[in-house]
Design a protein. Structure first.
Length: 209
């Protein structure tokens, strides 16, 4: 079964409080999401492999540890996932970025893929799928299914806020994908919104309604 990591770092929780606040404007909201994504990326990359390399300091030669060259991919779910990408790239600038676009069918209420542009070597990359919210889990499940279909085998999912229902659904659908969350909230309401949540992440990021 996939592991679930809920980050309790004080800086993440502090910034998340402002992200939730209805009085936080678009500019501040966008900046805070970017900052939290950077902090989460620090944690999510904790297990990246290292190798020993010999360098020369101003004093003498030394054996140091550097990343072993493992390829990474960041895949936001459109549109809100875009708000988390730059924050991750600040720490991992060499990562390639793919995009998955989904919409909800008004009759079946199931997610439907309308866009996919991904690195052509997914099978060689550790892929981090990002979306600010994990509510019902439908979009995350479909996005991960989509990249698996295109060759991805090493996948993590990262979000700011999740509902227990979404976590459970994602674990059931993709038991090999670890889930990284800044906050695990109470539940979904009757309209599928996370409670207490933060509202619609896409609208708050881009100033739309």
């Amino acid at each position: 079964m996939a592991k679930v990591y809920v980050f309790d770092h004080p800086l993440i929780q502090h910034k998340l409080a402002y992200i939730r606040d209805i009085n936080t404007g678009t500019k501040e909201f966008r900046e805070l999401v970017d900052e939290v994504a950077t902090l989460m990326a620090f944690e999510i990359t904790r297990d990246l492999p290292l190798e020993e390399v010999e360098i020369e300091t101003p004093v003498k030669k030394a054996t140091v540890k550097m990343l072993s060259g493992k390829k990474l991919g960041v895949i936001p779910i459109l549109r809100a996932g875009i708000g988390m990408v730059d924050g991750i790239l600040k720490l991992i600038p060499a990562a390639k970025v793919g995009h998955i676009g989904l919409y909800r069918d008004p009759e079946t209420l199931m997610p439907v893929e309308y866009y996919a542009k991904l690195p052509n070597d997914l099978e060689e990359r550790e892929c981090i799928v990002v979306d600010p919210m994990l509510a019902t889990g439908g979009s995350a499940i479909e996005a991960i299914h989509s990249i698996k279909k295109r060759g991805a085998v090493n996948i993590k999912f990262m979000c700011l806020i999740a509902a227990p229902e979404g976590v459970e659904a994602l674990q059931a659908a993709h038991s090999d994908v670890d889930i990284y969350i800044a906050a695990l909230d109470e539940k979904l309401n009757d309209h599928g919104y996370i409670i207490p949540g933060l509202g619609d992440a896409g609208d708050r990021l881009f100033g739309t309604k």
